[in-house]
Structures are given as structure tokens and as C-alpha cells.
Design a protein around this ligand. Structure first.
Ligand SMILES: [Zn+2]
Length: 218
């Protein structure tokens, strides 16, 4: 099993056996050997499984993302939100003076002022290039993260910025779940490392992936 970041199997070992999670000793990235397919992300995923998440967007995070965009690109920039869910971040940007907004997702959205595209991101073809590409809590679901990064990079202007957020595998909640797992309490690990989550990044491993494709913002 190759590490999707280092592309090397020599440092990869099976951890968390019940959940089939592997860890790369080199970049510390954890990833799952899962058969998770894109078909998992039907309407049910949004309306049932992550109902709470989508009904209660993380406004503090959204505001932080918006401030970061304004700081680097202002409001007159072309924004693409990949896997935009119900589009709540784009709606916030629209309400705050952004006007060139595009979102793509497997679920259908309609909203005046936002160009929502109902498609699989990997099948999306366009000649447009964007100043800002957002990937908010998506990358953990993506099996081929290198293809994903390449696709995003291909749609980004040379001086564009890419903002990725994901769950932090090095956070206390994950650490606690792994400790519980060791003493036989497997539920927290099974919940956090369930089939929907394939890549479990830490700041370190996401940084290692980003470095392959982009330079960090100063
Ligand atoms: Zn690695």
C-alpha cells in the first residue's frame, strides 16, 4: 500500500486494524483502505448523515476564509467552491460583496447570483481559470488526492490561491479516539475513520501534499 503523498510503500504500516487505517512513517499521513465510492454522496449524505453540519455552518470558519480571500484577492475575484454542498459559504460571500461565484457539487443548488454546477468535479470541463479555489471539508473524502490536486491546480490562475480545510488527524479528538481504540473501546475510532473518510490529514501531511503542488501563502 503506497502512501498517497510520498508514493512509497516502505514506510506504510497498518494501524487501527478494525478500521483498516494505514499510516505512513515518513509524512505521518493516515489513510484508509476503503471501497468508498462517489455513490456514497447522494442526497442522503447531506440531508441525513451531515444534516446538522449543513444546517449549522461554521460561521467563524467561513468568516476566516472570507477574510483570507479579501486580504489576498479582494472582492472582485473569481471564486470556485469545489464540493460546495448547499452553497452556504458562497451565499455568505455573495452577501458580502463578492459577485463572481461558482460552486460545483453532486447535489443540485439554485440561487440567484451564484453559478451552481451540478456535476462530478473530476468530469467538470471548463476553459475558465479562477483566482480562488475552495475545498472545504472535501479532501478527506477523495480517494485519488493527487488527481484532485492536479485538477484544482489546472483551474487555478498562476497567481491564484487554493484554500483547503479538512479534519485534523493530529487533534485531541482523534488522539483520544486512537487511545480508546487501543483499550478496546472502538466506537469513537469507527465513527471518525468511517468509510466516508479516506484521507486523514494532519497539518504536517497536508503541508507535505500542498508543497508538491503549490507554494505557501506569505
Ligand atoms: Zn507519506
Amino acid at each position: 500500500m503506497d502512501c498517497p503523498i510520498c508514493k512509497d510503500a516502505s514506510s506504510v504500516s497498518l494501524r487501527l486494524k478494525k478500521t483498516n487505517v494505514f499510516k505512513c512513517g515518513k509524512c505521518k499521513h493516515r489513510f484508509s483502505d476503503t471501497k468508498a465510492e462517489i455513490s456514497l454522496y447522494g442526497q442522503e449524505y447531506f440531508s441525513v448523515k451531515h444534516k446538522n453540519f449543513f444546517e449549522n455552518p461554521d460561521l467563524a470558519l467561513f468568516n476566516y476564509i472570507m477574510d483570507t480571500i479579501i486580504q489576498h484577492k479582494g472582492r472582485q475575484c473569481k471564486v470556485l467552491d469545489v464540493g460546495c454542498g448547499n452553497g452556504s459559504l458562497l451565499k455568505l460571500l455573495l452577501a458580502n460583496g463578492f459577485s463572481d461565484l461558482c460552486g460545483i457539487d453532486l447535489i443540485e443548488n439554485k440561487y440567484k447570483g451564484i453559478n451552481f454546477i451540478n456535476n462530478d468535479f473530476f468530469k467538470y470541463q471548463t476553459l475558465e481559470k479562477f483566482d480562488v479555489i475552495l475545498s472545504i471539508y472535501n479532501i478527506e473524502h477523495i480517494k485519488d488526492i493527487n488527481n484532485y490536486m492536479t485538477k484544482m491546480k489546472s483551474l487555478l490562475k498562476d497567481d491564484g490561491i487554493l484554500i483547503i480545510t479538512t479534519i485534523n488527524d493530529a487533534s485531541l479528538i482523534y488522539l483520544s479516539a486512537r487511545i480508546f481504540n487501543k483499550i478496546g473501546i472502538t466506537f469513537p475510532c469507527q465513527r471518525l475513520y468511517d468509510a466516508h473518510h479516506i484521507n486523514h490529514f494532519s497539518i504536517h501531511s497536508l503541508g507535505a501534499l500542498a508543497k508538491i503542488y503549490c507554494s505557501p501563502l506569505s
